[in-house]
Design a binder for this molecule. Sequence first.
Ligand SMILES: *Cc1c(COP(=O)(O)O)cnc(C)c1O
Length: 381
Amino acid sequence: MTIPFNKPPYTGNEDQYVVAAMRSGKMSGDGEFTIRCQQWFEKELNCKKALLTPSCTQALEMAALLIDIQPGDEVIMPSYTFVSTANAFVLRGAKIVFVDIRKDTMNIDETLIEAAITERTKAIVPVHYAGIACEMDEIMAIAERHGLFVIEDAAQGMMSTYKGKALGTIGHMAAYSFHETKNYTSGGEGGLLLINDEQFIVRAEIIREKGTNRSLFFRGMIDKYTWVDVGSSYLPGELQAAYLYGQLEKAQEINQARRDIWDYYYSALQQLFKTGHIELPIVPADCVGNGHMFYIKVENIEVRSRVLSVLRDLSIGAVFHYIPLHSAPAGLRLGRFHGNDVHTTVESERLIRLPIWYGMSEGEMEQVINAVVGAVNASCQ
Ligand SMILES: *Cc1c(COP(=O)(O)O)cnc(C)c1O
């Protein structure tokens, strides 16, 4: 690929911190860089507790443990998402209840959630697709009316806001991803559990430390640590945290660079939009994005296949995205779709993601746009 779909973010600051972590004499979890990162999130985002994890998947698994999901509980989420959103709860025995998405944002349709609630429902998991917020005020109000937990899958949402609040700081808990395809990476894989409801903090630290009260011990609050609860190993090593720290220092710069690419694509594709050949992403008035993703929508899956094939020949890394979970083999077994699939499948089949990464040059953006304009025009004859 001349222009790959993604390049892992790298600012140049990471090296010194990774080397420092290597030489620090302590590379296991919860060292100096982990603490620095966690403090950065707590301060910058204004959340009660931030805990680094080895992946977003594991942060979601921790959330499922913390809200005590039991076999037979139901969890409501969109079908248009990554498998981990569902798996984290399925691992605890939950049944997944999928509801349709909104055509404009590809996010869960908040107006369909209430009808999907039963006496077994335990949680709602909104996914902020492409870093654009779900309608969180409405979702939180529904959760409150029915006594449900809200776990935000904010894997793509770092640095985005909803009514001025950072994504991930609105639900009871939330998860970020630092996989190399996301806006910030902790060296390939990584994640964060954000806790906004204080009742979960103490137990989260225990579950993350293999079910022991080790973190209280390190803070000098108990004499010796012991096994007190279920748990697993949900701490990343210090090299991961050190890499991430280098990016946190440049968080604004990375965010701005991605938003600039997004803005460039958005204006450069206006002409194609006006011909009616493509649709452009819609950002609701209350939402500010982070340039995580730029997608276009073409007429249908046949047009999409033609466009993608032309772009592949031009060595442009454009790709489609999720196959809806409810139609996947595991989704058929482990979940059900409540209501009608009006938009999930149809909209997912029209969507094409364009290359977007930190460090992309204006020449590369121009090359992408020229290729897309040519490919769409050639495919819509
Ligand atoms: C990337 C992603 C995940 C998984 O993140 P990992 O860090 O790879 O575990 C989960 N949910 C969504 C919506 C994602 O985009």
